[in-house]
Design a protein. Sequence first.
Length: 112
Amino acid sequence: MFKELGQFASIMKNMGKIREEAERFQQKLGEITAEGAAGGDMVTVKVNGRMEILGVKIAETAPLQDREMLEDLICAAANQAMAKVREQVNQEAQNMAATLGVPPGMGLPGLG
Protein backbone atom coordinates (compact mmCIF):
# COMPACT_ATOMS: atom_id res chain seq x y z
CA MET A 1 0.00 0.00 0.00
CA PHE A 2 2.78 2.45 0.84
CA LYS A 3 4.47 1.66 -2.45
CA GLU A 4 1.31 2.66 -4.36
CA LEU A 5 1.03 5.88 -2.34
CA GLY A 6 4.63 6.73 -3.18
CA GLN A 7 4.02 6.06 -6.85
CA PHE A 8 0.86 8.17 -6.76
CA ALA A 9 2.71 11.03 -5.05
CA SER A 10 5.42 10.84 -7.69
CA ILE A 11 2.82 11.01 -10.45
CA MET A 12 1.11 14.00 -8.82
CA LYS A 13 4.46 15.80 -8.57
CA ASN A 14 4.98 15.31 -12.31
CA MET A 15 1.51 16.48 -13.43
CA GLY A 16 2.99 19.22 -15.65
CA LYS A 17 5.10 16.72 -17.53
CA ILE A 18 2.18 14.31 -17.70
CA ARG A 19 -0.06 17.00 -19.22
CA GLU A 20 2.62 17.85 -21.76
CA GLU A 21 3.03 14.19 -22.72
CA ALA A 22 -0.76 13.74 -22.89
CA GLU A 23 -1.02 16.68 -25.30
CA ARG A 24 1.76 15.19 -27.41
CA PHE A 25 -0.05 11.86 -27.32
CA GLN A 26 -3.32 13.44 -28.48
CA GLN A 27 -1.51 15.06 -31.40
CA LYS A 28 0.15 11.75 -32.27
CA LEU A 29 -3.26 10.05 -32.46
CA GLY A 30 -3.96 11.95 -35.67
CA GLU A 31 -0.70 10.67 -37.15
CA ILE A 32 -1.25 6.99 -36.33
CA THR A 33 -3.00 5.21 -39.20
CA ALA A 34 -3.97 1.68 -40.13
CA GLU A 35 -5.78 0.01 -42.99
CA GLY A 36 -8.18 -2.87 -42.99
CA ALA A 37 -9.23 -4.87 -46.04
CA ALA A 38 -12.00 -7.31 -46.82
CA GLY A 39 -13.11 -9.46 -49.71
CA GLY A 40 -9.63 -10.07 -51.02
CA ASP A 41 -8.88 -6.33 -50.96
CA MET A 42 -12.11 -5.45 -52.75
CA VAL A 43 -12.70 -2.92 -49.96
CA THR A 44 -10.01 -1.07 -48.01
CA VAL A 45 -10.65 1.34 -45.15
CA LYS A 46 -8.06 3.64 -43.59
CA VAL A 47 -8.50 5.07 -40.06
CA ASN A 48 -6.41 7.18 -37.71
CA GLY A 49 -5.71 6.93 -34.00
CA ARG A 50 -8.69 9.16 -33.24
CA MET A 51 -10.88 6.40 -34.74
CA GLU A 52 -11.79 8.63 -37.68
CA ILE A 53 -12.24 7.04 -41.09
CA LEU A 54 -9.81 8.72 -43.47
CA GLY A 55 -10.77 6.91 -46.62
CA VAL A 56 -12.56 4.03 -48.25
CA LYS A 57 -11.40 2.38 -51.46
CA ILE A 58 -13.65 0.09 -53.44
CA ALA A 59 -11.96 -1.96 -56.15
CA GLU A 60 -13.33 -2.05 -59.68
CA THR A 61 -13.98 -5.76 -59.14
CA ALA A 62 -16.23 -5.17 -56.11
CA PRO A 63 -19.83 -6.38 -56.51
CA LEU A 64 -21.49 -2.96 -56.79
CA GLN A 65 -24.80 -4.57 -57.71
CA ASP A 66 -24.83 -6.55 -54.43
CA ARG A 67 -25.40 -3.70 -51.98
CA GLU A 68 -25.70 -5.92 -48.88
CA MET A 69 -22.43 -7.71 -49.61
CA LEU A 70 -20.66 -4.41 -50.24
CA GLU A 71 -21.97 -3.01 -46.95
CA ASP A 72 -20.69 -6.12 -45.13
CA LEU A 73 -17.27 -5.76 -46.76
CA ILE A 74 -17.04 -2.10 -45.73
CA CYS A 75 -17.95 -2.99 -42.13
CA ALA A 76 -15.42 -5.84 -42.03
CA ALA A 77 -12.64 -3.66 -43.44
CA ALA A 78 -13.46 -0.80 -41.05
CA ASN A 79 -13.51 -3.13 -38.04
CA GLN A 80 -10.16 -4.62 -39.04
CA ALA A 81 -8.63 -1.15 -39.45
CA MET A 82 -10.01 -0.05 -36.07
CA ALA A 83 -8.55 -3.12 -34.36
CA LYS A 84 -5.13 -2.49 -35.91
CA VAL A 85 -5.08 1.18 -35.00
CA ARG A 86 -6.29 0.42 -31.46
CA GLU A 87 -3.25 -1.84 -31.01
CA GLN A 88 -0.95 0.95 -32.19
CA VAL A 89 -2.61 3.49 -29.89
CA ASN A 90 -2.28 1.13 -26.92
CA GLN A 91 1.40 0.61 -27.68
CA GLU A 92 1.96 4.36 -27.94
CA ALA A 93 0.17 4.89 -24.61
CA GLN A 94 2.36 2.23 -22.98
CA ASN A 95 5.47 3.92 -24.38
CA MET A 96 4.35 7.28 -23.02
CA ALA A 97 3.58 5.78 -19.61
CA ALA A 98 7.01 4.13 -19.52
CA THR A 99 8.63 7.46 -20.43
CA LEU A 100 6.86 9.04 -17.48
CA GLY A 101 7.79 6.20 -15.14
CA VAL A 102 4.18 5.16 -14.59
CA PRO A 103 3.89 1.56 -13.39
CA PRO A 104 2.20 -0.85 -15.81
CA GLY A 105 -1.54 -1.03 -15.28
CA MET A 106 -1.81 2.35 -13.61
CA GLY A 107 -3.96 4.73 -15.63
CA LEU A 108 -3.05 8.27 -16.58
CA PRO A 109 -5.46 11.19 -16.25
CA GLY A 110 -7.12 12.04 -19.55
CA LEU A 111 -6.20 8.76 -21.24
CA GLY A 112 -8.72 6.38 -19.74
